[in-house]
Design a protein around this ligand. Structure first.
Ligand SMILES: *Cc1c(COP(=O)(O)O)cnc(C)c1O
Length: 410
């Protein structure tokens, strides 16, 4: 008898995005003439084309593969040296991250899920709420939680609420935890952490022998040079933090697929017997056993994002999306809605008007404005009472969305 991993059965069947799709489809069937107007500001996927620097590097690499002399087969599992070097020199200039501490992968979604392979069971795991659903669901699959309740919270996880009441700054856990997921700039709330706030987390982690899993997928959206883009800007973070980064949201690589993870050499975890073991070695073993590297043309494309032209093209993409975010934020504020985020991230996090819950707002935006947003409750219990508008769109669509928001709420 082939037994299944019964942890999967704990996951809610009606996961956020399928439920959104179901409601959008039902609306389209019921009101086909209105459905023509639909604008999607839901899923966090980029819309603008791939930067030219990445495209030409990729084409060149494909041509290299077409010649016997320059053909390449399997590459190093950890990523080509040229890309790891470019990351160390550009993304971590002055932060002391070595190319050998960088592992190239096909995405941060996979990395943030797969990282659990190198940690044991039975630990206390802290997760901010609302949150990128991958962190929660992969812990459920790994058996690190009990059953879920109606609000989507799973027994055994330590939830750290982030709401307007605490200025979206999670309090340090009251109990001792072993793993902490942080994401800044944050998806879904669009908020950022200051260096002082991250220092508190690094101090906590070092004091409690915990590891911070720091998701910096949106670092390119930080507009203020005084705000940290990497956890390694904080003293002591090399001893307690793993950082995840992706080319998805800066270089528009959501379909091209390339990301990386940083595991400092001095970062250790503990065996049950108290022996210290370097996490770098464990991840190197895991990565080279279960992964065979990102394709050569894609790694060349990622490398090209660090060229002078590539950096300019990324800046232009980020500026485009941040211009959208500013318009959306302003449109909501003009209608008297309380708006958060959108200043250092492509997400605008909006408080629902009195008496409407987040799925209620989703339905209202769909029915009355034909705009698809994401209900906050889908990101966790503390997301109830909010909805997320993504700035990943064309300017034309965003301007139209702003006009419709004014019509519905103005
Ligand atoms: C989009 C996103 C990522 C990037 O995922 P990829 O798999 O690299 O495309 C990672 N973390 C968060 C929170 C995201 O929103």
């Amino acid at each position: 008898m082939a037994r299944i991993n019964e942890n999967f059965l704990k996951l809610k069947a009606g996961y956020l995005f399928p439920e959104i799709a179901r409601r959008v489809n039902a609306f389209s069937d019921a009101e086909p003439e209105k459905a023509i107007r639909l604008i999607r500001c839901g899923i966090g996927d980029v819309t603008e084309p791939l930067p030219p620097a990445a495209r030409s590097a990729m084409k060149e690499a494909v041509d290299e593969l077409g010649e016997r002399e320059s053909f390449r087969g399997y590459g190093p599992e950890q990523g080509y040296e040229f890309l790891r070097q470019a990351v160390a020199e550009n993304a971590y200039a002055g932060l002391g991250v070595d190319a050998d501490e960088i592992f190239v992968s096909d995405g941060s979604k996979c990395d943030t899920g797969n990282i659990l392979d190198i940690f044991g069971g039975g630990q206390k795991i802290a997760i901010t709420d609302p949150v990128y659903p991958v962190y929660v669901d992969t812990n459920v699959m790994a058996g690190n939680t009990g059953e879920g309740d109606d609000s989507g919270q799973f027994a055994g996880l330590v939830y750290l609420p982030c709401t307007a009441e605490n200025d979206f700054t999670p309090a340090l856990p009251e109990e001792k935890v072993d793993l902490i997921y942080l994401c800044y700039p944050n998806n879904p709330t669009g908020t950022v952490a200051t260096a002082e706030q991250l220092e508190k987390w690094v101090d906590y982690a070092r004091g409690n022998d915990a590891v911070i899993l720091y998701d910096a997928a949106y670092e390119a959206y930080v507009q203020d040079a005084g705000l940290p883009r990497s956890i390694y800007e904080i003293r002591g973070a090399r001893e307690c933090a793993i950082e995840f980064r992706s080319f998805s949201k800066n270089g528009g690589f959501t379909g091209t697929r390339c990301a990386f993870i940083v595991i400092p050499k001095e970062l250790t975890g503990s065996t049950a017997g108290g022996e210290r073991v370097a996490l770098h070695g464990l991840w190197a073993r895991r990565h080279s056993t279960k992964f065979n590297g990102v394709s050569y043309p894609v790694q060349r494309a990622a490398e090209a994002l660090f060229s002078v032209e590539g950096k300019t093209q990324i800046r232009n993409l980020v500026e485009h999306y941040m211009g959208n975010a500013a318009l959306l934020k302003e449109a909501c504020e003009r209608c008297g809605l309380a708006v958060y985020g959108g200043e250092h991230s492509p997400y605008v996090w909006v408080r629902c008007p009195e008496g409407v819950d987040s799925w209620g707002m989703f339905d209202k935006m769909l029915q009355e404005a034909q705009v698809v947003v994401t209900p906050g409750a889908g990101f966790g219990a503390a997301g109830e009472g909010y909805f997320r508008i993504s700035a990943f769109n064309s300017r034309e669509n965003v301007e139209e969305v702003c006009a419709r928001i004014a019509e519905v709420f103005g």
